[in-house]
Design a protein around this ligand. Structure first.
Ligand SMILES: C[S@@+](CC[C@H](N)C(=O)[O-])C[C@H]1O[C@@H](n2cnc3c(N)ncnc32)[C@H](O)[C@@H]1O
Ligand SMILES: [Zn+2]
Length: 402
């Protein structure tokens, strides 16, 4: 088969695929080649795809059955072809893209890797495609929504196309709204208020999961969050759907607000969908900012992360080192308190030199609090210590008392 655009063959994971030759689509230094090319391919998302392979394999093993998989926005098909070639227990992979050239290339790549027998490719709008699978016996065990920008336009139909217990994976690349640069856009799309804090990436994950929880609740479906992460220019969440009005109610109970003091670093959570009235910092009296409603529940499941880690160690992933580091951090912070303190941000405000993170952690732990590093920020700590204790620990270290 021939393609009438510059292309090349690349290797990722255990597959070889034909993709557009990105160098041919960079005319000006600021050109973003993946979306200029006639078919979408982004090599920097390898880590995202590696983690998806691990999550799908973990989900398949936990569900103890052959699974059907769907990638409704597939681009060149690389992710879905990897699912078919690298994940055991996959019965069928359904790939879809609205662009005819993309669907053609995805089908070609399935053939190239000898998995065409278990890959079905279609070429239509993702919502139409998902809606055609929103009926008993047609639903999927795993749906991976990986669009440009927000996944929100596809959420409703993706939820309806998942069988009970199925896993939904979501990528959101619209970090400007989610991190509070465009708060009105975030409220419009995700139904929650963002806040420009040093932990805005965690808020982004919580806003995305909160949006999913509320959307699923409309269908009397609850969610169980398995894994999430923030890296480079996007956030990602994996949640299983749990059919039932009671399960949906339980999810809604995990919604709430995070209140933040921009003056003294104090933060607190308030459960519930109704906007909290109390807006004054109990520590310094300043007015508190509020983010939400968003997801206040766990954003990763320790056991699921540990199984993903086990899978990663049995493979030869391109991004193995980064992945193992991320999985270890995420596992360790899975049960840690909401939000984190960015040590450099505190030092900046208090005009102090930045101490080693390990020393800050030891100091807070010695004071009797739970404290762990976080994958969200290499200078961040998640702790149940109040902001004053964190600041004291940092100040003590800076003045060599520690
Ligand atoms: C970010 S790319 C997908 C990348 C791919 N998931 C991967 O891992 O390489 C988004 C894709 O969605 C497709 N797309 C955009 N709008 C769509 C729609 N309404 N229905 C189906 N596909 C759509 C685009 O053509 C593009 O290929
Ligand atoms: Zn305060």
């Amino acid at each position: 088969m021939s393609f009438d655009f510059p292309n090349e063959t690349i290797q990722e994971g255990e597959v070889k695929v034909v993709v557009p030759k990105l160098a041919a689509y960079v005319k000006k230094p600021w050109d973003y080649a993946p979306s200029k090319a006639p078919v979408f391919y982004n090599p920097t998302m390898e880590l995202n795809r590696d983690l998806a392979v691990l999550a799908l394999q973990t989900h398949q093993k936990l569900s103890e059955r052959e699974v059907s998989v769907c990638e409704p926005l597939t681009g060149c098909g690389l992710r879905g072809v990897r699912f078919a070639a690298e994940v055991g227990g996959v019965r069928k992979v359904f790939l879809n893209d609205i662009k005819p050239e993309a669907a053609r290339l995805a089908g070609f790549n399935a053939e190239l890797n000898g998995v065409a027998n278990c890959v079905e490719v279609s070429n239509e709008d993702a919502n139409l495609f998902l809606s055609r699978h929103a009926a008993p016996r047609k639903r999927f065990d795993y749906v991976d929504v990986d669009p440009f920008g927000p996944p929100v336009p596809y959420l409703d139909s993706a939820i309806r196309a998942l069988r009970n217990g199925g896993l939904l994976a979501l990528t959101a690349t619209d970090m400007a709204p989610l991190c509070g640069v465009h708060p009105r856009a975030c409220l419009r799309k995700y139904g929650g208020q963002p806040l420009r804090t040093e932990y805005c990436h965690e808020l982004a994950v919580r806003l995305l999961i909160g949006c999913l929880a509320m959307m699923a609740a409309k269908h009397a479906i609850g969610i169980k969050v398995r894994f999430s992460h923030s890296v480079d220019h996007y956030v990602r969440a994996y949640a299983a759907v749990d059919y039932g009005a009671r399960q949906a109610d339980k999810s809604i109970q995990k919604m709430g607000y995070i209140l933040h003091c921009f003056s003294c670093f104090h933060r607190e959570t308030v459960s519930g969908i109704i906007s909290p009235l109390k807006r004054v910092c109990p520590s310094c009296g300043a007015k508190l900012g509020a983010a939400g409603p968003l997801w206040l529940g766990r954003i990763a499941d320790k056991n699921f992360c540990s199984l993903m880690e086990r899978e990663a160690k049995q493979r030869n992933l391109g991004q193995e080192k980064r992945i193992l580091k991320m999985l270890s951090l995420i596992q360790n912070e899975a049960e840690a308190p909401v939000t984190y303190y960015a040590v450099d941000k505190i030092c900046d405000k208090l005009n102090l030199p930045i101490p080693a993170l390990k020393k800050v952690i030891d100091r807070i732990r010695k004071a009797g609090f739970q404290v762990v590093p976080t994958h969200f920020n290499s200078r961040g700590v998640k702790t149940d210590a109040p902001a004053d204790t964190v600041k004291e620990a940092i100040a003590d270290l800076a003045t060599q008392k520690g």
